[in-house]
Design a protein around this ligand. Structure first.
Ligand code: PLP
Length: 427
């Protein structure tokens, strides 16, 4: 255990020594009765960067002053606007710029990737995933399987934690891959589980699957901007994510895809639209689809410039802070929350079970708490005290201390309120 102490002076001192502490001022913290909330919900909707409004207004002004000419005029013509997000995204996920593209929304992109990468061939038609993954991902897999004339119950294999366990050992996933190597064609799962907060060892999963020619795709909705990613080096075949969680790019903000370079020259089947057509000849409107090279060739539609403007502004903050620095702070910040919760557990006979793994390499910033008694009451109490986490039935509170805008003091205060509630229950 690090040198943590559950005191206000310790928390304040940590904040004083935190080189990233000032990034909090780059975000608009919602208030309740004139006091800033303690916001622990970046896993669901990241906070608004101060710079978002200006970024939006800039494009509204281009629209106002140039109308349709905005596609070609102004400081950053809309025609190639999305490309200004590619380098920052590539650094964020450990990829080449040509391997990433911001576009569409997450579930749409997942469908596009499954069209290209789910290629059942005879008996080799199965998809391996993790049980209890996000519902939208489950629906995407189910309907893809059905659309190929297959039965989801026979075709989708779910790896489940052993009896009584909440999370999976990497070895359990690897051994499931080995056991089904002759019938699997794809592993498609979250990189970080939305409910338990478990971060999977993506590198080892890819290594194992590739030994048997099984493709691997990850949904990084909860991993991007949160956990270290090396998609290119790990050899991940494809990935998708959204930008409104840890990437702070606004509700329903633009999603993104990763397609490994090794697939760029392949003639993968895909659903195409004019925006993925070779840019230099797009406006010839000729028949016969000629894709742009790389991930850009999967684009379908005219990009949502206003969403991209916010995304761009938000990515600039990550560039400034550095994803490695953020991760280092995140490990300590979440470690501090865990330390405080363990103290509460010692004091009151384990009222809270932490579902999220203890090893830092197996989690991001989120801790998922199974509250043994009166969980909803605790959650409502916290909301009343201006502490925003999120609630999942039947008795789970997820708290995500985000290194860009949460402080050690925030974490200390949430611990104090949880302690106060539980102490009152016990008295
Ligand atoms: C947040 C999240 C989604 C949401 O998908 P949208 O298409 O953006 O609504 C899907 N999958 C996972 C794993 C998520 O965490």
């Amino acid at each position: 255990m690090p040198d943590f102490q559950n005191t206000l002076s310790f928390a304040l001192q940590q904040d004083q020594n935190d080189a990233l502490a000032h990034f909090k001022t780059q975000f608009l913290i919602p208030e309740k009765e004139g006091k800033p909330l303690l916001y622990f919900c970046g896993n669901s909707l990241g906070l608004q960067p101060v710079s978002a409004r200006q970024a939006l207004e800039r494009e509204l002004l281009v629209w106002q002053n140039h109308g349709v000419e905005g596609w070609f005029e102004g400081e950053r013509p809309w025609l190639s606007y999305h490309s200004s997000c590619k380098e920052p995204l590539a650094r964020m996920v450990g990829a080449l710029a040509s391997e990433v593209c911001p576009m569409n929304n997450l579930t749409v992109n997942l469908h596009l990737m499954l069209t290209s990468f789910y290629q059942p061939q005879g008996a080799r038609n199965k998809i391996l995933t993790v049980a209890g993954d996000f519902p939208s991902d489950q629906y995407a897999l189910e309907t893809h399987v059905r659309s190929r004339g297959l039965d989801p119950a026979q075709t989708i294999l779910e790896v489940k934690p052993a009896n009584g366990k909440n999370t999976l050992k990497t070895e359990e996933i690897l051994s499931a891959i080995r056991s089904h190597k002759d019938s699997l064609t794809l592993v498609m799962m979250s990189g970080l589980h939305y409910y338990t907060g478990q971060l999977y060892d993506m590198q080892r999963i890819v290594q194992e699957a590739h030994m048997y020619n099984i493709s691997v795709g990850f949904d990084l909705a909860h991993a991007i901007g949160n956990a270290p990613l090396r998609l290119h080096a790990w050899g991940v075949d494809f990935a998708v994510w959204c930008s409104y969680k840890y990437l702070n790019s606004g509700p329903g903000g633009v999603s993104g895809i990763f397609i490994h370079e090794k697939h760029h020259a392949e003639n993968l089947s895909r659903l195409a639209g004019w925006w993925g057509y070779d840019e230099s000849r797009r406006f010839e409107m000729a028949p016969g689809f000629v894709p742009m090279s790389g991930a850009d060739g999967w684009q379908l539609s005219t990009p949502t410039i206003l969403a991209l403007a916010v995304h761009r502004a938000s990515l600039a903050i990550f560039e400034e802070a550095g994803i490695e620095n953020l991760r280092a702070k995140s490990e300590r910040l979440t470690g501090f929350l865990e330390f405080i919760l363990q103290e509460i557990n010692l004091k009151y006979h384990n009222p809270i079970k932490i579902l999220t793994p203890t090893e830092t390499a197996a989690r991001g910033c989120q801790l998922s708490l199974l509250v043994q008694k009166d969980g909803k009451m605790l959650f409502d109490y916290l909301v009343n005290q201006g502490i925003i986490g999120d609630w999942r039935e039947p008795n789970c509170i997820r708290l995500a201390p985000v290194p860009l805008y949460n402080s050690f003091e925030d974490v200390y205060k949430v611990g104090q309120e949880i302690d106060r509630f539980i102490s009152a229950l016990n008295s």
